[in-house]
Design a protein around this ligand. Structure first.
Ligand code: UDP
Length: 161
């Protein structure tokens, strides 16, 4: 069975990324966008926002029983601005996770975002969807359909054969 519409796979695969409040406070927004742009992925939605309690509850529903859940939701993700983004491209979900590094920066290689810019697991700079299912769920949680921009990418024939 096809769980995903074909529009969301192949070169049109999408993932949800968010620069967390520590990434915004530390002026890492430009650096992070730069990495995904240079890689060849396409930015299709972006907004700076204060995430609401309701949104963060939904976003982190799978973590609600973890000991760090309340601190994560209220004192970290809800504590300041978040830059929410949707990026598109071939295998973008998996590749973005590689570019992020591991959950804990101590396990992240230099060259990854968390490996280069983070130290503490609870201040790990960026969120990225961990599967295509999560990506689809998170994109629809954070963005209305009309906030996602379909634009013709003139670099596409230099990025894909
Ligand atoms: N987190 C934390 N303490 C932990 C594990 C996770 O504060 O011991 C935070 C961290 O910000 C992480 C987020 O909870 O990014 C979500 O955890 P998850 O296991 O989903 O990691 P991710 O998918 O972000 O790598």
């Amino acid at each position: 069975a096809h769980i995903f519409p074909s529009a969301w796979s192949g070169v049109n695969e999408r993932t949800f990324l968010a620069v967390k409040p520590d990434g915004c406070q530390r002026r890492l927004v430009g650096e992070i966008i730069r990495r995904f742009e240079r890689k060849g992925f396409r930015l299709v939605a972006m907004k700076l926002m204060q995430a609401s309690e309701t949104l963060l509850k939904d976003h982190y529903i799978a973590l609600r029983d973890r000991p760090f859940y309340n601190r994560l939701k209220d004192l970290y993700m809800g504590s300041g601005p978040v830059v929410a983004m949707v990026w598109q491209g071939l295998d973008v979900v998996k590749t973005a996770r590689l570019m992020l590094g591991e959950t804990n920066p101590v396990d992240s290689l230099p060259g990854t975002i968390r490996g280069d810019f983070g130290v503490d697991v609870s201040r790990n700079v960026i969120h990225g969807s961990d599967s295509r299912e999560s990506a689809q769920r998170e994109i629809s949680l954070w963005f209305r359909p009309d906030e996602i921009v379909c634009w013709q990418d003139h670099a596409e024939r230099w990025i894909y054969e």
